[in-house]
Structures are given as structure tokens and as C-alpha cells.
Design a binder for this molecule. Structure first.
Ligand code: FPP
Length: 249
């Protein structure tokens, strides 16, 4: 893309998904317990949620706890479940004030009752928000949801509700936990690792990807803004040539 001053920036992304990585390493680099890194991570969630809402982002999906995270030491799992559910409960008034809505994707039946009830209360309290939707991926993994979608479709086929030839990519999208949301325009991963880690594998087929070296607790609104600006300067071709994209304008 040329760098003259007539450069046309794309609009702010409608949907930003974030892999919030690096809490543990941030804590270690400061000589602190891993859990302190997660506590600091909550502050970053607060700042970035506010910034996304201010910028006019419509959907912010945050990878808070993966299916694989259940394998961490029990002490850290318990700390994370409590921390995340309590943090979201405490964030609820701010979400309401920003006209934002909280939704959860993932296998929340695996969560302890008290944490699940906290999340359900926060979702109910924000259900009327029409601004930013904050989608928290909790006990989520992409292979889990794709497997679940396949099982549902197989069941519908057995019941004669759908024929194999009617299974299109839209039908598959409608059977994922993300059915209500458009696919992410931008995926940001903090903490420097070049991996997707079982997050939204189907949905990020055409997403732009930015990996920030910054650990999540240290990730600032300025860097988020810079990442959004970098996205806005990129051309999305969806498999077409640059010339085809330009002739659409
Ligand atoms: C990755 O850091 C982060 C997590 C597994 C948990 C993310 C949770 C939060 C940021 C808490 C708040 C979330 C919400 C939605 C309120 P890591 O521990 O894998 O870091 P490491 O790779 O440095 O070990």
C-alpha cells in the first residue's frame, strides 16, 4: 500500500478478538506470584474494554480461560475462576454505564456453581446494552465448539431436519457458540507468541493478525490504539488480487 497523504484508512474494526497472554511472565519478570499477573491483567481488561467502547468497536472477544487451562495446577485454576468471575461482577456497573453487554462463550457447565452464578447475574444485568458487546471466552476452545457443532448437525440429520447437502459454511457458523457475532476483523495476541492456541479457528479465516510483544498486564491503551491504526492501514483482499480490491472502491 502506498504511503501518500491520500491514503484511505479502513473504518475501525467491528470485531476485535484478543488472546491476553503473558500474565505469568509479566509477574515472574517483576519477581511476583503468577496470580498477581492475573490480577494486573484484570486492570488491562478494564482499560482496553473502555477504549474499545470509546472507539466504537462493536464486539470485543477476550480469551480468558481455555479448555486446556483446566490442566494448570488446581490452585491457579481456582484463583483464575474466582478472579475472572469476581472481576466481571465488579465491572458490571461500568459496563452498564457504557451501554455495553457481557456475553460468555464456552463450556460454562464445567464451572463451579458460584462462579457461574456470578457470570449469569452480570449477563442478565447488562442484557439491554446496545453498544459494545464484550464476549468472554471461558472454558472455551475452538476444537471443542467445532466438535459440538458437528455432533449437533449429525443429530439434526438423523432427525431429518437437515440434509448433508444443505450443510454450508453459513450453517456451520450458525452452529458455533459465536453464531450471533460477525467474524473478527482483527485478532491481537499479546505476549509475543506466534500461535493461535485453539482460539476461534473457524472464525479467523480472514482476520488480520497482530502479535504484540508486550505482556498483557503491561499492554496500554496507546498500544491498542496503535494496533487498531495498523489494522486500518492494511488492505483486506479475501483471496482476491490487489487490483480487484481497488476497482471496488
Ligand atoms: C494468559 O497468561 C492469561 C490467562 C490464562 C488468563 C487471562 C485472564 C485474565 C487477563 C484475567 C481477567 C479476565 C477477564 C475477562 C476479567 P499466562 O498465565 O498464560 O501467561 P504466561 O504465558 O506468561 O504464563
Amino acid at each position: 500500500m502506498s504511503h501518500n497523504k491520500d491514503i484511505e484508512l479502513k473504518p475501525v474494526p467491528t470485531h476485535v478478538a484478543i488472546i491476553m497472554d503473558g500474565n505469568g511472565r509479566w509477574a515472574k519478570s517483576h519477581g511476583l506470584e503468577r496470580t498477581v499477573g492475573h490480577v494486573e491483567g484484570v486492570n488491562t481488561v478494564h482499560r482496553i474494554t473502555q477504549a474499545a467502547s470509546d472507539m466504537g468497536v462493536k464486539y470485543l472477544t477476550l480469551y480468558a480461560f481455555s479448555t486446556e487451562n483446566w490442566n494448570r495446577p488446581q490452585e491457579e485454576v481456582d484463583a483464575l475462576l474466582n478472579l475472572i468471575s469476581i472481576a466481571l461482577e465488579q465491572e458490571t456497573p461500568a459496563l452498564i454505564e457504557n451501554n455495553a453487554k457481557l456475553e460468555i462463550i464456552g463450556d460454562i457447565d464445567r464451572m463451579p456453581d458460584d462462579a457461574r452464578q456470578r457470570l449469569n447475574r452480570s449477563m442478565e444485568a447488562t442484557a439491554h446494552g446496545t453498544g459494545l458487546t464484550v464476549v468472554v471466552a471461558f472454558s472455551y476452545s475452538s476444537r471443542w465448539e467445532i466438535t459440538r457443532a458437528c455432533a449437533k448437525l449429525a443429530q439434526e440429520a438423523i432427525e431429518g431436519k437437515i440434509k448433508p447437502e444443505e450443510i454450508t459454511d453459513e450453517v456451520i457458523s450458525q452452529h458455533l457458540t459465536t453464531a450471533p457475532y460477525p467474524d473478527p476483523d482483527l485478532l491481537i495476541r499479546t505476549g509475543g507468541e506466534m500461535r493461535v492456541s485453539n482460539f476461534l479457528l473457524w472464525q479467523i479465516a480472514y482476520s488480520e493478525i497482530i502479535v504484540s510483544p508486550t505482556y498483557w498486564p503491561a499492554y496500554t491503551v496507546e498500544e491498542f490504539q496503535a494496533n487498531i491504526d495498523a489494522y486500518r492501514g492494511r488492505e483486506r483482499r479475501f483471496g482476491r488480487t490487489s487490483e480487484q480490491v481497488s476497482s471496488d472502491k
